[in-house]
Design a protein around this ligand. Structure first.
Ligand SMILES: C[C@H](N)C(=O)N[C@H](CCC(=O)O)C(=O)O
Ligand SMILES: [Mg+2]
Length: 364
């Protein structure tokens, strides 16, 4: 099975409700989709959103990296040379992890199709069902409480509460949501770098002393502030998770050795795809550190790939934040994983199992 060409498209899916974090407000998922073509007629699907405030990647940079750097180097290669292809993708240009992720996901899709098995079996197998949390966007307190109750009614057992705007209001937000759903849901907080280290310690001490049990606090301070992450990790009872502080395997090793977090959030858009995400899961396993599989605001194409990884690495990836598709008004993808409320189920079709994508705008 040889790579002979590719097509690009843009996918735009409206959200059920605007997605608001300390970093940005958006009302659509917008992915660049790649379909890699082979001499056997098989098509491999990959996709990447532009999360410039986290990865630095824009739609323009993703398209340029794929068209002018990555695909010219892998076109003509045999899909069976998976590891070699991954190294070429990684070295085609520095950074540009979203573009690399889109291409790698499509190549893994083809590799598993070539072997006639779903991707998770190629990665080691597992139980093809996982449950995700859902994000509660940062907003007025009443709106966040209402959104949390609606999520609990829809069957979500874990809520990811966005904070990081104003410390005083954030504490009130968490207390109000906890009072409303504490018997039904576990709360994880994500400040998206919005607090300082001292503010985080003060906020968590206030919440902890009020009897509020949180599952974790995600990325309270700036990604580069590893000393701040360590300062917090050493002083609070609530587990601290690194998101924007770690992209690739080397950063994960540094962060773990520094004691700058308890948990790692793995996202394919930060690792540049599956190969480095697998390395991070294996590193975390060695250090006995647990991971979350996360996503950006992205569609079910790349989230399906992340779900396959989570299933295959379930002994270390024990937390799931793959709610991108659930936040959308509809799923334009036929095939791939099935998303029903919190439940994500993989199908047994070879590869990612993606058959077709509606509303795809060709980019030619
Ligand atoms: C969508 C997911 N639940 C999430 O919250 N991801 C964010 C970043 C998403 C974005 O801005 O596109 C995160 O974990 O920080
Ligand atoms: Mg995060």
């Amino acid at each position: 099975m040889k790579i002979i060409g590719y097509k690009l498209g843009k996918l735009r899916v409206p959200l059920v409700t605007p997605f608001k974090t300390a970093l940005r407000n958006v009302d659509h998922v917008e992915d660049i989709v790649i379909m890699i073509e082979t001499d056997t007629g098989h098509v491999g699907y990959g996709a990447a959103p532009a999360t410039a405030v986290i990865t630095g990647d824009t739609h323009g940079s993703i398209i340029d990296a794929i068209r002018n750097y990555i695909m010219p180097m892998v076109t003509g290669m045999e899909v069976s040379q998976l590891n070699q292809i991954n190294e070429i993708i990684g070295e085609a240009l520095i950074n540009n992890f979203s573009a690399k992720a889109a291409v790698e996901i499509a190549v893994y899709d083809l590799f598993a199709q070539a072997h006639g098995v779903p991707l998770y079996k190629m990665l080691g197998g597992g139980q093809p069902r996982i449950a995700s949390d859902i994000t509660i966007s940062v907003d007025y307190i009443d709106k966040m409480v209402a959104d949390s109750i609606r999520a609990a009614d829809a069957g979500y057992e874990t809520l990811k509460i966005k904070v990081g705007k104003d410390l005083g209001v954030d504490i009130k937000r968490v207390k109000a949501i906890y009072a409303a759903v504490k018997d039904r849901c576990l709360l994880r907080l994500d400040a998206n770098q919005g607090w300082t280290a001292r503010e985080t310690v003060a906020a968590l001490h206030e919440l902890e002393s009020s009897g509020i049990e949180l599952e974790l606090i995600e990325q309270p301070v700036k990604g580069a502030d590893l000393k701040g992450m360590k300062y917090i990790t050493e002083r609070v009872r609530t587990p601290v998770m690194a998101d924007e502080s770690t992209f690739g395997p080397r950063e994960v090793i540094e962060l773990i050795q520094m004691g700058a977090a308890d948990i790692i959030n793995i996202k394919l858009m930060k690792t540049g795809g599956l190969s480095d995400a697998i390395k991070i899961a294996d590193i975390a396993k060695i250090y006995d550190v647990k991971c979350m599989i996360g996503c950006m605001l992205e569609s079910s194409i790349s989230v399906t790939a992340a779900a396959h990884l989570a299933v295959a690495k379930s002994s270390v990836i024990t937390k799931v934040d793959l709610d991108g598709p659930a936040l959308c008004q509809f799923n334009p993808v036929t095939g791939g994983a099935t998303f029903r409320g919190p439940d994500i189920e993989l199908n047994e079709t070879p590869g990612l199992g993606i058959e077709a994508i509606e509303n795809l705008i060709p980019l030619d």
